[in-house]
Every structure is written in C-alpha cells, then in structure tokens.
Design a binder for this molecule. Structure first.
Ligand SMILES: *Cc1c(COP(=O)(O)O)cnc(C)c1O
Length: 438
C-alpha cells in the first residue's frame, strides 16, 4: 500500500533539514478515512459555524445540538451536584475504578432500571461507561465480526455509522416514516436483514425526530427482531424525557422474548453531558445470551478502555436515589413549553414543514421546501446561509441520513428559541421565490 504523506508538514520539515515523517496508512485506513469523510458531523458543524459573522450585533443561537446545560434554567439538580461534591471530598474515590464500573454504581443502576421492568436486573448485567458515546463504541466493537452487518435507523445518530466504519462493520439502513410518527418501517427492516445480520438499533425517545414509540409499536419491533434472530440495541439516553401525554416504555420490557442491550446516560436526563457517565444494561432475563461470549467481550473491551471518573461513579448511587421528582418535573415542564413554541412557530414558516409534533428528546426534524426558496441548493447550503445572515445554527439532515431536512433543538431557553425561530422566519421570507410554484 502506498504510504500517504502529510505533505504540509513534510514540506516544512525538509526545509528545516529534519527527518521526514511519513504517515503510513494502516490496514484499516480505508474504513477510517471513509468514516472521517462521510460522517464528520463535526466538520459540517465547523463549516456552518464558520459562516457566522462573529462580529455581528446579535448573539449566536445554537439550535443544532442538544446540550442545554449552558442555560441557567436547565441547571442540573442540586442533589446531584451535592452528591458529586461529597464523593470528591470523601477521599474514597481517588483510585482507579474496576473496568466494568464500581460495584456500588452497578448495583444502584440495576435497582434504578429494574423499577421500570417486569423483572429484576442484577449488578452483573450493568457496565458503566464514559457516557452513552462509549457505550456505543463498546457495543459496536463487540458486535463487529468479519462478514456481519448491523441495521441502523434513517434518519439516525451518526455516531453509530462512524463507529461501524471504524470497525469495518457493514451498515444497512431501515427507514423511519415521517407520516407515521416516525415509526420504524418494519417491512424495510425485514427486507434488508439476512443471516449475517447481528443487531438493529432502536433510538427511543428518538433523536433526531423527537418521536416516542408506543408499547404496541415496540412490541411489533421486538417480534420482527426475534423472527430475524437479531439483538436489539436500545439507545435510551433520552429515557423518560417525554411530554405531551406520551410515556416511555423501555425496550427491556420485551426482554423475555429477545435479548436487549440498553444504552443509557446521565447526560440528557440530568443535563450533565460533561460528567461522562453512561451505561450498558444487558436485559436478558431468559438468558438467551448465555451461550454467547458477549459478556466476556464487553468486559475485555472495558478492561482496556478508559473509565468514567471514579468520583462520579461514587456519587451515582446518591444521584439515582436522591434526585427529586421536582427536578425532573421542572425539566419536563421546560421542554413541554419549548417544544410547543417550536411546533407552533414552525407552522408559521412556509419554507419548512414539521410532519410530527415532538413528544420526547430535545429535537424535531423538519422538511425544507426547497422549491419555495430562491438560491438555496440543499440543506447544508440552507444552514450555512442561515448561519451567515441570522447567526442561527441548525443541523443539516444530510449528516443524519436525510438530505434536505433539518434538525432543530428546542432544548434552549424559551426567549432564545422564540428569537431563533423569528430569525429563521425572516430568512425564509427574504429568500422565498417571488412567484412560488406551489
Ligand atoms: C447524546 C446521545 C448519545 C451519547 O450520549 P453521551 O452520554 O452524551 O455520550 C447517544 N445516543 C444518542 C441518540 C444521543 O443523542
């Protein structure tokens, strides 16, 4: 294989008469480069952010990603902060933790998650990870065997595609249907699976769509997955963040008919993504997975990876047990209000259409009606021009698998949200075709 050279650096170093370093492409370089090229959500975000006129008179409104921790209204629970401070001050958590997590943290998670399940999880079913992101890394790496494939939702959460590419794991996409509340298209799901399919990913409550799946829909998904003989990876990092009358059904509810790996995190429900604490819960009361090596593979992986900070793990039992209902209610009330504002204001903007009112998570997907707009080529172009002219940052759908759609977060304080949606509206009015061909 021809070595690739870091040309700029080597020009510099040969000028300086130093040794020329070559970056030799490793065997997996192709897949890694592909992951970088296709999935670089950050690269797109930088491109859009770079369009913003920094010296502009108005504040930049970040409606692209879901991290409301910077807004005072979304500050985490005082009990959670106290628990972390106490764990730190105790001096008991300055050590390395066990690779799979502190026993007390695993036990507290097992109890916490069992409250919503028809059976009890044990500590051994829980693996503590550095956020939901590391949980994804672990699950995908462990499942990636030569020749196998995995089924991912479209639109989806691009970290799965990127991680699969790093592991040379083939990805196949099934659709989420906008006109059916973004439910999974079960026919397309069945049609893409084969004997080499190992798992599918279900994100509920859903990022990017803001949908929440009913018991009936999840039970159908479980039946299809069981028929196909595949695992379900349930990404439930937005678990319990539901509103407007919907309720959260953990996928583990169906653990008696098929094995489920549930991914969770403190990041979203407690609004502390910087604490880097997540988990994998193996929901398998019927012990389907006993014959597989999955538990060993996860343990082995975690034994050679970095762990979430010990004092955060030390605080976890108190966080899970002592966070008051009041805090959760405050966050839900805020998200209810902002999701309502978002849905209502979007209806008033002609160039975008929202097919489904958000019921959970922090996001909504909207369709761009490009035929009504002048001089805007696609979703990335829309987001760049909007950033430049209005200092509003949105996430283009093409990085989530859906071209010419856009994802908007409503997890932001309500006055900024109203301001942001007004700016989007005036942008659309300014760019609308004079004689629209409707
Ligand atoms: C945020 C997010 C994650 C990652 O969780 P962290 O705890 O922030 O690492 C995983 N999946 C989805 C769908 C997310 O939105």
């Amino acid at each position: 294989m021809a070595p690739t050279t870091a040309s700029k650096e080597s020009d510099e170093s040969s000028r300086n008469g130093e040794k020329e370093w070559r970056l030799v492409a490793p065997a997996r370089g192709g897949a890694m480069a592909a992951a970088g090229d296709r999935m670089s959500i950050r690269a797109v975000r930088y491109k859009i952010s770079a369009s913003v006129e920094e010296s502009g008179p108005r504040p930049v409104l970040p409606l692209a990603h879901g991290d409301p921790s910077v807004f005072p209204a979304f500050r985490t629970a005082a009990d959670a902060e106290d628990a972390v401070a106490a764990a730190l001050r105790s001096g008991e958590f300055n050590c390395y933790p066990a690779g799979v997590g502190l026993p007390a943290a695993r036990c507290a998670l097992a109890n916490h998650l069992s409250q919503d399940l028809p059976y009890k999880l044990s500590s051994d079913d829980i693996y503590v990870t550095a956020g939901g992101t590391q949980a994804i890394e672990v699950v995908i790496s462990v499942l990636a065997q030569p020749g196998t494939n995995i089924l991912l939702p479209r639109p989806g959460y691009p970290n799965y595609e990127a991680r699969a590419a790093f592991n040379n794991l083939e990805v196949r996409h099934f659709d989420l249907v906008p006109d059916k509340g973004w439910e999974i298209d079960l026919e397309s799901l069945e049609s893409i699976a084969d004997n080499n399919t190992t798992a599918m990913v279900v994100i509920n409550p859903n990022n990017p769509c803001g949908s929440v799946y009913t018991y009936e829909h999840l039970s159908k998904v479980a039946e299809v997955a069981r028929k196909l003989g595949i695992l379900v990876i349930a990404d439930e990092v937005y678990g319990n963040l539901v509103f407007g009358g919907s309720s959260f059904v953990p996928m583990g509810t169906f653990g008696h008919i098929l094995p489920i790996l549930s991914i969770g995190s403190l990041s979203k429900r407690w609004i502390v993504p910087g604490w880097r604490l997540g988990w994998i819960a193996v929901c398998d009361p019927s012990k389907f997975l006993q014959q597989t090596k999955i538990a060993t593979l996860i343990t082995n992986f975690l034994n050679v990876s970095t762990d979430p900070a010990t004092f955060i793990q030390g605080a976890l039992p108190h966080i899970l047990e002592n966070t008051k209902e009041e805090f959760f209610k405050r966050v839900i009330d805020l998200l209810t209000e902002t999701s309502e504002i978002c849905y209502r204001e979007i209806k008033d903007i002609k160039c975008i259409t929202c097919p489904h009112k958000p019921q959970g998570s922090m996001f909504v997907m909207v369709k761009l009606n490009l035929h009504l707009l002048e001089g805007i080529h696609d979703d990335v172009d829309f987001c760049c021009q909007l950033a430049k002219e209005e200092s509003v940052i949105l996430c283009p759908g093409s990085v989530l698998g859906m071209e010419n759609w856009v994802r908007i977060t409503f997890a932001i304080d309500s006055s900024s949200l109203v301001d942001g949606l007004k700016r989007i509206k005036s942008f659309c009015q300014r760019h609308s075709k004079k004689k629209a061909l409707i």
